[in-house]
Design a protein around this ligand. Sequence first.
Ligand code: EPU
Length: 335
Amino acid sequence: MQIQPNISLKKYNTFGIDVVASSFVEIKSIAELKSIISAHKDFFILSGGSNLLLTQDIQKLVIHLNIKGIKTIKEHDNHVYIKVNAGENWHEFVLWCIDHGFGGIENMSLIPGNVGTSPIQNIGAYGVELKDTMYELEALEIESGNLVTFSNASCSFGYRNSVFKNELKDKYIITNVTFKLTKEAHNLNSSYGAIQSELEKENIKKPTIKDISNAVIAIRQSKLPDPKEIGNSGSFFKNPVILKHQFRQLQHKFPEAPHYIVSETEVKVPAGWLVEQCGFKGKRYGDAGVHKKQALVLVNYDNATGQEIFELSKKIQKTVFEKFEIQLEAEVNIL
Ligand code: EPU
């Protein structure tokens, strides 16, 4: 463990934004993490850097969490409990589970980022969320340096939300996550339209967890840019939830507006659709742009600054609000 001065963070964030950390340290164990946070009070935790827009240089110690390791902690007839350290790459962990025949997270294939940050925003895709299989997690309480276990219920998971984005924000560092997965009788979720058509295309009638994962990978690759090729952070905005009566007014003007019923009183409208309706899809402003196949994803074509991407996001929010009176909220963390 060595603190290094003036390190570019370009390769540590999937947007590929070139800002500098005045000091930087890579952490490979809980012991190292405990020792560094006891000696430094002003720091920023950087994990997979996949849900982050860096708009300026960071004048505090950047702690890059790289604690690795996956182990089986207990097994019952149809269930297995797998404890995964925070620095494991999410998608590699999904593939590891599929190789071992463990089911439950295959719909979340190819989501960028690391395991340790996955509970913070309760990652999700194609009808499945992290909260569906997360059993518990361990986190280091920054103030005391103690390890604390959080059950699934105590994480207060919601749509792209958890206690770690609210009342416990910046109070804990997640060090490992335990998942409860199935060994044989898997609860496959292939109800999502795009998965169905992908399976039909491949003529698969009785899908395995591997088939579902492959279908999800094919769908994502067809419309989401690969951060290794074009910098991005996945969905930049959350899908807004609006009141039913507001949605009825919207539907009056735009009868084709896609939507999902959330509750008796609320409707979720895809942000990608709102952004596309405002004419932003595929637009490019210098090196900052809106992806041509999915308007919810902002991209860095090469050397955009974080500030340029941020300005673009503001412009989109303003235009969407003027047209629809809906306030889009960023899903990525902006620093
Ligand atoms: N749509 C458009 N134009 C676009 C994009 C979408 O009109 O450019 C409309 C389409 O009508 C489509 C609907 O929006 O039917 C929904 O689109 P899609 O199924 O692609 O999903 P999404 O709502 O855009 C959400 C998640 C994704 C996740 C997918 C699949 C959020 C903010 N995003 O996107 O998550 O992969 O569903 O489950 O909830 C991420 O968080 O980084 C992410 C990619």
